[in-house]
Design a protein around this ligand. Structure first.
Ligand SMILES: Nc1ncnc2c1ncn2[C@@H]1O[C@H](COP(=O)(O)OP(=O)(O)O)[C@@H](O)[C@H]1O
Ligand SMILES: [Mg+2]
Length: 220
């Protein structure tokens, strides 16, 4: 592709490859979906095409919902790649443990507000881990990686979205998981209101109980 200089590969995930590149003298991120040999070729093409188009659509929708996301510069369904703005900053996953209690609480509140905005607008992120959040050098929080997202208004999907985040906090940030998740929910409530937040907390509890029930059944 014209003027595109790959600087380095940042991640090779199961689903996509992420590279940092220079494009018209600007740093950009390339997210590409490579051919998977184990899939039937036509099905493979359909899946890669769907994901290449679907993710930028959701990233754009999230922006409309008031959630900072990387700007999409190009969607290329021939090479199955997206070129997007490079967010210069720190991944929340690494930042969170380095912060003071007060700073951490503020950041988690902000995370909750952004998730609240997504949900209020009818969007589900699908992978709300702190790896998919970047605090840029100007202190603006971005959500990235909408590959598993969807447009959805169901209480259940929103509950699952937050439940996944709670589980992520417990495994990645165990020392302060409970306090941080409470802060997230305060931010969420600030955007979406208390009555709905009470419903969603009940939903999360229900999902947790369901999970425990399945675990117990497995042990019997
Ligand atoms: N727009 C971006 N700006 C800065 N870093 C990014 C951007 N997109 C992705 N990254 C980095 O690459 C990693 C993987 O990208 P992501 O979209 O989350 O793909 P995956 O689906 O493989 O998790 C992110 O965790 C982040 O560190
Ligand atoms: Mg990711």
């Amino acid at each position: 592709m014209d003027n595109l200089i790959i600087l380095k590969q940042l991640q090779k995930g199961a689903e996509a490859t992420i590279s940092l590149a220079n494009w018209y003298e600007k740093k950009v991120i390339i997210k590409s979906r490579k051919i998977k040999k184990y899939r039937h070729p036509q099905l493979d093409e359909r899946i890669r095409r769907f994901r290449t188009i679907h993710e930028p659509q959701l990233i754009y929708e999230a922006k409309k919902a008031g959630v900072p996301t990387p700007t999409i510069f190009l969607v290329d369904t021939t090479n199955m790649l997206i070129i997007m703005e490079f967010i210069q900053g720190k991944q929340v996953k690494y930042l969170l443990p380095l912060l003071s209690k007060t700073e951490r609480s503020k950041l988690c509140f902000k995370i909750g507000e952004l998730v609240g905005k997504l949900h209020f607008y009818g969007l589900i992120h699908g992978d709300l881990t702190t790896s998919n959040m970047i605090l840029d050098d100007y202190d603006k929080l971005f959500l990235i990686d909408f590959g598993l997202g969807e447009k959805q208004n169901e209480l259940e999907s929103r509950g699952v979205d937050l439940h996944l985040m709670k589980r992520g906090f417990q495994s990645t940030h165990n020392q302060f998981a409970n306090a941080s998740f409470r802060d997230v929910m305060s931010g969420y409530s600030n955007v979406i209101g208390e009555p709905f937040t009470t419903n969603i907390l009940e939903k999360i509890q229900e999902i947790e109980l369901r999970g425990r029930y399945v675990e117990e059944r497995k042990l019997k």
